[in-house]
Design a protein around this ligand. Structure first.
Ligand code: NAD
Ligand code: WQD
Length: 342
């Protein structure tokens, strides 16, 4: 029986793309998701893309009994990719306990399962949010973390620390934290993508929903930042490129290429784009006459951040491939498919 990769949150946005890349690379996948922020139909679309329907278990990973029962049943897990978490920054300020309970307990239950059932490897979804507004750009892995601006961001910093400490005393177990910059775009098939509930907080889903006629106009939050055009700068990483970084990280662990049993890497493109540059690129690529206006800054936003990808490129051996234009075109293809426009 071949070894399995457990993908938590595997019906979610980044998880579903990663399941596709894992299956395309020959891995046998089992997904755990409680469907709190995703739809079961994602499995049909993963199957359409890869020809394989991944095993699926629906339960809440913050429940220690259910998580233990899972490991008892699935005895062939070699590695975990842990995506399952709540991720809305604003909501986390309103509901801090829900965020700490879900994000921290899920990790604790999985690490407990690793130790008890001999699962050797974990790749964890961290975020560039741990850097806050860095003093120096671009950010390398040596850039110090800053105090988190939200409970959500704090869960990522706490989870990183938990894994570091866990790995210190469990020398045969290994964790890699991947610090994602801003994931955007969708699978080239248009069959899977980001499906936000309600009004999107993130830039690209708001743009594509505006282009599709669901929203009246995009508000650009601030044009008085210290950047060339005054709008904020981010490092937008294509979700399929990001998914491939997980396959590389899993292979690094399985093939024992790691330098230590707790590692972390930036996953970005190394290029910063302003909100205005991104909006203009979207209009150029899609030909859609996107309505937008400039409004005041959004509270809690940082001015600019982008990754130094040197360490990831050389040590992890991964590099982003897709251009911003290709990525925006994929996001638009997905939105049109979802809305039945074509
Ligand atoms: P998503 O919400 O689309 O996917 C997360 C999935 O986890 C969902 O399907 C949800 O139903 C599931 N889930 C949540 N809590 C669960 C629980 N207790 N038990 C079982 N399933 C649970 O989010 P995403 O954008 O795919 O993000 C995946 C991971 O990457 C998250 O950890 C997120 O914090 C992190 N991340 C995301 C971004 C981003 O901008 N999307 C950036 C940096 C880091
Ligand atoms: C990007 C830029 C906005 C919407 C968030 C989390 C971060 C990480 C990724 C998980 C900003 C501007 C946005 C809009 C706009 N997630 N904007 N109008 O804030 O960089 O990062 O998602 O770890 O932790 O904080 O992403 O897509 O919300 O915003 O002008 O309607 O677009 O102000 O400058 P952000 P975003």
């Amino acid at each position: 029986m071949s070894k399995q990769i457990l993908v938590t949150g595997g019906t979610g946005y980044i998880g579903s793309h990663t399941v596709v890349e894992l299956q395309n690379s020959g891995f046998d996948v089992v997904i755990v998701d409680d469907l709190s922020n995703s739809q079961i139909e994602v499995l049909d679309n993963i199957e359409k893309i890869t020809g394989i329907r991944p095993a699926f278990e629906k339960f809440d990973l913050s429940d220690s009994v259910l998580t233990d029962q899972f490991f008892n049943k699935y005895t062939n897990i070699e590695a975990i990719i842990h995506f399952a978490a709540f991720k809305a920054v604003g909501e986390s300020v309103q509901k801090p306990l829900e965020y700490y309970r879900n994000n921290i307990n899920s990790l604790l239950n999985l690490l407990t399962g690793m130790k008890k059932y001999g699962v050797k490897h974990m790749v964890f979804s961290s975020s560039c949010t741990v850097y806050g507004q860095p003093d120096k750009l671009p950010v390398t892995e040596a850039t110090p973390r800053k105090e988190a601006e939200s409970p959500y961001g704090n869960t990522k910093a706490i989870c990183e620390d938990i894994m570091r400490d866990f790995c210190k005393t469990n020398e045969d177990l290994n964790c890699i934290a991947l610090r994602y910059f801003n994931p955007i775009g969708a699978h080239e098939s248009g069959l899977i993508g980001e499906f936000p509930v309600g009004v999107p907080n993130n830039l690209v889903p708001f743009i594509t929903q505006t282009a599709a006629g669901l929203r009246e106009e995009l508000s650009i939050f601030g044009d008085d930042y210290d950047t060339p055009d005054g709008t904020a700068i981010r490092d937008y990483i294509n979700v399929v490129d990001l998914a491939k970084a997980h396959v590389v990280a899993i292979n690094r662990l399985i093939e024992d290429k790691k330098k230590s049993n707790y590692e972390f890497f930036n996953v970005g493109t190394g290029e910063g784009y302003s909100v205005m540059q991104l909006v203009k690129a979207f209009i150029e690529v899609t030909g859609v006459d996107l309505k937008y206006k400039i409004v005041g800054r959004r509270g809690g936003d940082i001015e600019k951040i982008w990754a130094d990808t040197t360490y990831g490129n050389t040590e992890l051996g991964w590099k982003s491939e897709k251009t911003l234009e290709e990525t925006l075109a994929s996001a638009w293809k997905w939105e049109k498919n979802v809305r039945g426009l074509n």
